[in-house]
Design a protein around this ligand. Structure first.
Ligand SMILES: C[S@@+](CC[C@H](N)C(=O)[O-])C[C@H]1O[C@@H](n2cnc3c(N)ncnc32)[C@H](O)[C@@H]1O
Length: 214
C-alpha cells in the first residue's frame, strides 16, 4: 500500500524544523564534501543539517512544495519523484538514474521495496542513517499500517553481513518530536574496506555530536 500521508499528518511533520537527535548525533561522521541523499525529505530538516556542514545534498520527495519554499535551488538539489510508482529509484527512467551517495538519510518513511536499491546506491564507506516507526506504534499514533512499521530487528537484518552497524536502537521514545515506537540505525558500508589482518573494519565514533533531546 502507498504511503498516503493525509494532509493533517503531513502538516504535522512539516511543522518539525529541528532535526531528529539521531541524525544530529551522526551528522558529523561523513567526510567533508560528501554527497548526501535525503529520502522522503519532507520539509528538508535533515537536508539542512548536511547542507550546513558543506555537503552536497539531494532531497527527494513526491511533494516538494515545502522544499522549494524553504531552500534556494542553488543550495539544495530538489527532486520531485514518486518512489512508489513502480520506477526503481536509480533506474534509467528515474531522475536519480545511475547516482550513488556517501550518505543516505531516511527518517519517518518506509517503503520496503526501496531497501535493496538504497544499499546498492551507497558508495564504499558510505553511511546509512535510518529512523522510522516500528510495530507497537499503532497503540500510540499514526502510522498504524503494518506496511509502514518496521518489524523487530528489521533494519539490522537489512544490513546484516553487508555493513558495519555503528549504532542501533528500537523502543518507545516518549519525549521525541513525534513520540512513538521507533527503530533507528547508523551503519557504514565498509566491511570490504579493512586493512586489518583480521579483516574487521575500523571503528567509527559513536558520540560524534552531543545528543540533545531523545
Ligand atoms: C513523515 S514525512 C517525513 C519527512 C522527513 N523525512 C522528516 O523526517 O522530516 C514523509 C514524507 O514522505 C513523502 N512520501 C510519501 N510517499 C512518497 C512517495 N511515494 N514518494 C516520495 N515521497 C513520498 C511525503 O511526501 C512526506 O514528505
Amino acid at each position: 500500500m502507498q504511503n498516503e500521508i493525509d494532509p493533517v499528518e503531513r502538516a504535522r511533520h512539516l511543522r518539525l524544523t529541528e532535526p531528529s537527535p539521531w541524525i544530529s548525533r551522526f551528522a558529523g561522521l561523513p567526510a567533508k564534501g560528501s554527497d548526501v541523499l535525503d529520502v522522503a525529505a519532507g520539509g528538508g530538516r535533515h537536508s539542512r543539517v548536511f547542507l550546513d556542514q558543506g555537503h552536497r545534498v539531494t532531497a527527494i520527495d513526491k511533494n516538494t512544495t515545502a522544499l522549494v519554499e524553504r531552500f534556494s535551488a542553488t543550495a539544495l538539489s530538489i527532486v520531485e519523484f514518486d518512489m512508489e510508482a513502480g520506477i526503481p529509484l536509480f533506474d534509467a527512467a528515474s531522475p536519480l538514474s545511475g547516482r550513488d551517495y556517501d550518505v543516505i538519510v531516511v527518517v519517518n518513511y518506509l517503503y520496503r521495496p526501496l531497501f535493496p536499491e538504497l544499499l546498492k546506491a551507497l558508495r564504499p564507506g558510505g553511511i546509512l542513517l535510518y529512523e522510522t516507526f516500528a510495530l507497537g506504534n499503532e497503540v500510540y499514533a499514526k502510522p498504524r499500517n503494518p506496511d509502514h512499521l518496521l518489524k523487530s530487528g528489521e533494519l539490522l537484518g537489512l544490513v546484516s553481513q553487508k555493513m558495519q552497524v555503528v549504532a542501533y536502537e528500537h523502543g518507545l521514545l516518549e519525549n521525541a518530536d513525534i513520540p512513538g515506537v521507533k527503530q533507528r540505525l547508523c551503519a557504514v558500508n565498509d566491511l570490504q574496506l579493512s586493512d586489518r589482518p583480521d579483516h574487521d573494519p575500523s571503528a567509527h565514533s559513536i558520540r560524534v555530536r552531543p545528543l540533545t533531546g531523545s
